[in-house]
Ligand binder design. Structure first.
Ligand code: BG6
Ligand code: MG
Length: 217
């Protein structure tokens, strides 16, 4: 019996994944290399700190903590320049309808994101009030694929993990949902998200019919 849906933010509710990619790439270019699309898949769902460590590893660059801290601030500054331009019109197709449909069915809704920018983004999109619980990078210690973010969301909603559905665009996020023993819906490529219970090409496929099928099972 499904009682709650937990949504990832970046790449599921809004296409900020492309802004993370641009901002990280600007940083990599300073060191003389670029991040490939394949490498970027490994950054999706992963915390800011862990993403930087991966990028520095790919570039074989060794920095001390103070230098890394400066880069983290710089990356977020670039990212926030994009985020400041966000509005309702940037919400991905079908998402507002799904959120409202779930509300009408009295299904609880949570956000489960690694981002520390999650709340201001939801506010810019004017959908923050639709969430019954928000678990983001400010309250999570262990990054996806660790299930902490989704388990905390379920706990805050007061719903057992097995009654939760997770919507994710990242491989690490699907793994986190599976480890939490929640149903996982991947948004994107089947080749990347092959561990998800269902994979939909894009958010527009999150139709009422699809939700009804899940709720009936
Ligand atoms: C995740 C994104 O949702 O949040 C990652 O998929 C990002 O790409 C991570 O690095 C942390 O986000 P932020 O906004 O705290 O830098
Ligand atoms: Mg994501």
């Amino acid at each position: 019996m499904i009682k709650a849906f937990i949504f990832d933010l970046d790449g599921v509710i809004v296409d900020t994944a492309k802004y993370h990619f641009i901002a990280w790439n600007e940083l990599a270019k300073q060191f003389g290399f670029e991040i490939t699309v394949h490498q970027n898949e490994q950054l999706k769902g992963v915390s800011r700190v862990k993403s930087l460590d991966l990028i520095l590893e790919w570039g074989n660059i060794h920095l001390d903590q103070a230098q890394k801290d400066l880069l983290l601030v710089q990356k977020n500054k670039t990212y926030l320049e994009f985020i400041n331009t966000l509005s309702k019109s940037d919400i991905l197709p079908g998402i507002v309808d799904v959120l409202n449909y779930l509300k009408s069915k009295k299904i609880a809704i949570a956000l489960g994101s690694a981002s520390k920018n999650a709340v201001p983004i939801l506010e810019k999109l004017e959908i923050d009030a639709l969430f019954d619980a928000i678990i983001d990078g400010n309250v999570v210690e262990k990054a996806k694929p660790n299930p902490e973010v989704f388990l905390k969301a379920a706990d805050k909603l007061g719903v057992m993990p097995e009654y939760c559905v997770v919507i994710e665009d990242a491989k690490a996020g699907v793994e986190a949902a599976n480890s939490a023993e929640m149903m996982s819906i991947g948004i994107g490529s089947k080749a990347v998200l092959n561990d998800a219970n269902y994979v939909l090409e894009d958010t527009a496929k999150l139709s009422k019919n699809f939700i009804d099928t899940l709720l009936k099972n």
